[in-house]
Every structure is written in structure tokens, then in C-alpha cells.
Design a protein around this ligand. Structure first.
Ligand SMILES: [Zn+2]
Length: 415
């Protein structure tokens, strides 16, 4: 029932909105999903944008994804037969994978059925991992949270501005950004130069961005005194590190601001006192670091690195960004698990996913049984909190709650 209701709503959307086809559509493999299943059919291809748009209007799939790869025979049944010609470089940011929890998120235990708000865990200084009742792993259901959105946007912005455009010199016209339709963002790099990179090269690039395996010691010449090191105007990581040190010192208001970076208290006091001179000196690549014998002067600098790279999750080599065989949501299509659009963005800072990406209409209203939902903003209004109650809600917010797994719609309650 709910499946048909969604298909009808999606079809109405696709009949009144033309979705632009991904670039080089004839070389892409497509996959489509149905209610609750992201991929039910793959190895599909479209010869033209028109054919693709007609498919959406006729079939209104609950999910539609396309290959990051370009293929000679995109509809061939196996990877070998498809003949890979190249692949876009895509970076994914997902608040779930990044472990960005919000107090108003809901946790549920699939084993014993216990549920509650993530706040209960965070208040005790814990992450929502094990069910307090039975000890099994819990599932976290994320709800709109403006603070989390801002953190996520910051990570995306750092990647795009500092690395892709700022350091690699990719033209902004070859970088496409879209909301994922659920909990994150996708950054697509379509520049020719990146297409031929194999998986290993993609892992290296991702490790470079995240600063993993980066040892700041190599930026310094320790045979000279005072130390010779990077200048803020240097390219790449050395310059980025020098700029961060200059920035941290310029912003420091008291000695403790330097101690938190991991400096010895006496060295921090001396550095704080001489900070104006130190900053001027670093600008010339000379680092007159005050040290005590045996102190690791590079540790505080190393510590700064983490704050300078976009966080993309713990294990880069298993990150989907490096997979050249994967399918990814077609931008501007509906994500069947939320009813939100995987919307293409021009300015990420002006975008509110829970308002600007709402694809479904408010009518009809559905009477649904909500198990648990916090107070949250959606489609420009405030909803909830709800706990074990029947509520009559507009279609878009009903579908959002049902697809999050916290509400049900039964035939008898059809309105
Ligand atoms: Zn449990």
C-alpha cells in the first residue's frame, strides 16, 4: 500500500520536473530500487537524456543510481564485459559513518525493541552503541539537527575549497556538489585528469587529504638552528601547517591556549610571550621554537593537522570514495528512504535539506502510528515530539517518519 502511494507521488514529481541526465549518460550503468531495496535491477543503460527522463516518468523508481565509471558497454552483465573507460572521483560525507550524533537522534534495539533518545547516552558521556536493556548493538535513527548540518558542511567546504579547488586547481565548473537525499553530501570531480586514476591512486589521494600517515617532521630541516621549516606561502600540506601555526598563535589569548595543543607549560609560556616575533619569523621559514631537552616539539604541530583536513571516517581504504565500480544516487532524483531529493547544490551554506530538498507534496494527509520522534523541523514547520501515538500528518513528513522506521501506516487508518 505504502509502496504504491510512494510510486504515485514520485511519478507525479517526475512528470512535472525534468531531471537532468548525468554527463556522458550513454557510458553510464544505471541501477534502480524499489520500496525498501536500494538496488533491485542493475546493468541498465540509457542512450539519451530523453530516454532517461521518460523512464523516470513511466516507472518512478524509488531509487535510481548511476555508475561513477564510464563504460564502453554499460549494460553488459559483468564488469569485465563492460570495459571501463574511466571514473569520476567522488567523495562521500555521511553523518552516520562519521559518527556525528545529536541528542535528539533516536536509538532502537533491533533485538529487544527498546528505544529512546541518543541524549540518554550522550549525557552519560557514551556513544549509542550497546542496548542498555539487552546489550545488543543499537541502531541510530538521525533526525534533523542544525548543528550537525553545519559540522558536515564545514567538512565538505574544507575539501572543496582547500583541496580540490585551492590546491589541485580543479575548475569550480568541474566540481559538482549534491545532497545525498539522506544524511550527507556527495562531491563529484569530473575533471578529465582524475578519470584514469585507479583504486590505489584514489586511496593515496584520500590519505593525502585526510592527512593520514602525514609526518610533519619531514617539513623541517633539523640540522640547522634555529629550525628551518615551512612558510605560510608554501604549497600543499607544509604551507597549510605553517598557516595553522601562525593562525593558532595569532588567536592565542593566554598561555593555556598553547598548552592545550600539547606544549610543555614552560615552553608555552615562552612562546606566548614571544609570539609576535615567532609569527614574523615563521613567515620567512625560520622556526625559533623554544624547547626543553627531550621534548618532542613536533607533537603540538602534528596535533594541528587533524583540524585542517576534512574528516571522512576512520578507514580510508574501505571508504566508498575509492570504489570505481560503485553506483551512486543520480543527483536531483528522489531518495526513496526519505522522500527527499538528492539535490544539486550551488551554495551549500544556503541549503537546508529538510526544507529545500522536500520533494513530496503535503497532500494527502496520512494517519500514522508514531513510536518515537523528537521535536524536529521539516518542510518549514516544527513537528513532534511524538511517543506511541496516532497522528494525522502531511504526506511528506509522514513518509519521512515511516521511512526512518519510527512510524507505521496501516490500511485501516487510510484517510
Ligand atoms: Zn536491546
Amino acid at each position: 500500500m505504502i509502496e504504491r502511494l510512494l510510486t504515485d507521488a514520485f511519478r507525479r514529481y517526475y512528470r512535472s520536473h525534468e531531471v537532468p541526465a548525468p554527463p556522458a549518460i550513454e557510458q553510464r550503468e544505471f541501477g534502480v530500487g524499489a520500496y525498501g531495496r536500494k538496488i533491485v535491477k542493475r546493468h541498465m543503460s540509457f542512450a539519451s537524456e530523453r530516454e532517461f527522463q521518460n523512464y523516470l516518468k513511466t516507472n518512478a523508481p524509488h531509487y535510481i543510481s548511476y555508475s561513477v565509471g564510464y563504460f564502453e558497454y554499460p549494460d553488459a552483465p559483468s564488469m569485465d564485459e563492460k570495459h571501463l573507460l574511466g571514473a569520476d572521483l567522488i567523495f562521500e560525507f555521511d553523518s552516520d559513518e562519521l559518527g556525528l550524533f545529536s541528542p535528539s537522534d533516536v536509538w532502537v534495539c533491533p533485538h529487544c525493541g527498546a528505544k529512546g533518545y541518543v541524549k540518554e547516552f550522550l549525557d552519560r558521556g557514551k556513544n549509542p552503541v550497546a542496548c542498555p536493556r539487552c546489550g545488543d548493538p543499537v541502531k541510530v535513527i538521525m533526525f534533523p539537527d542544525p548543528d550537525r548540518e553545519e559540522r558536515l558542511k564545514n567538512e565538505v567546504d574544507t575539501l572543496v575549497k582547500d583541496f580540490i579547488i585551492g590546491e589541485w586547481g580543479v575548475s569550480p565548473s568541474e566540481v559538482a556538489l549534491n545532497f545525498s537525499g539522506n544524511r550527507g553530501y556527495h562531491v563529484h570531480i569530473r575533471a578529465e585528469a582524475f578519470r584514469e586514476l585507479d583504486k590505489e591512486a584514489r586511496i593515496e589521494l584520500t590519505e593525502y587529504i585526510t592527512g593520514q600517515a602525514l609526518d610533519v617532521r619531514y617539513f623541517f630541516d633539523v640540522t640547522q638552528f634555529p629550525l628551518r621549516g615551512p612558510k605560510p606561502s608554501d604549497p600543499g600540506w607544509p604551507g597549510r601547517v605553517a598557516r595553522a601555526v601562525v593562525n593558532a598563535l595569532s588567536k592565542a589569548k593566554r598561555v593555556s591556549d598553547l598548552v592545550v595543543l600539547g606544549m610543555d607549560a614552560a615552553s608555552a609560556r615562552k612562546l606566548f610571550h614571544d609570539r609576535a616575533m615567532f609569527v614574523e619569523s615563521v613567515k620567512r621559514g625560520v622556526w625559533p621554537v623554544p624547547t626543553k631537552r627531550g621534548e618532542d616539539i613536533f607533537a603540538p604541530i602534528q596535533r594541528l593537522v587533524r583540524g585542517l583536513s576534512p574528516y571522512m571516517g576512520k578507514e580510508v581504504d574501505t571508504n566508498t570514495s575509492v570504489d570505481i565500480h560503485r553506483l551512486i544516487r543520480v543527483p536531483d532524483t528522489i531518495h526513496g528512504g526519505t522522500g527527499l531529493l538528492a539535490k544539486r547544490l550551488t551554495d551549500i551554506w544556503k541549503f537546508d535539506p529538510f526544507k529545500d530538498a522536500v520533494a513530496l507534496p503535503s497532500r494527502p494527509e496520512l494517519e500514522i502510528d508514531v513510536d518515537i520522534a523528537p521535536e524536529f523541523e521539516f518542510a518549514g514547520e516544527t513537528w513532534g515530539p511524538y511517543r506511541n501515538q496516532k497522528v494525522l500528518l502531511p504526506l511528506h513528513v509522514s513518509i519521512y517518519l515511516i521511512s526512518r522506521g519510527v512510524a507505521r501506516w496501516t490500511l485501516t487508518s487510510e484517510s
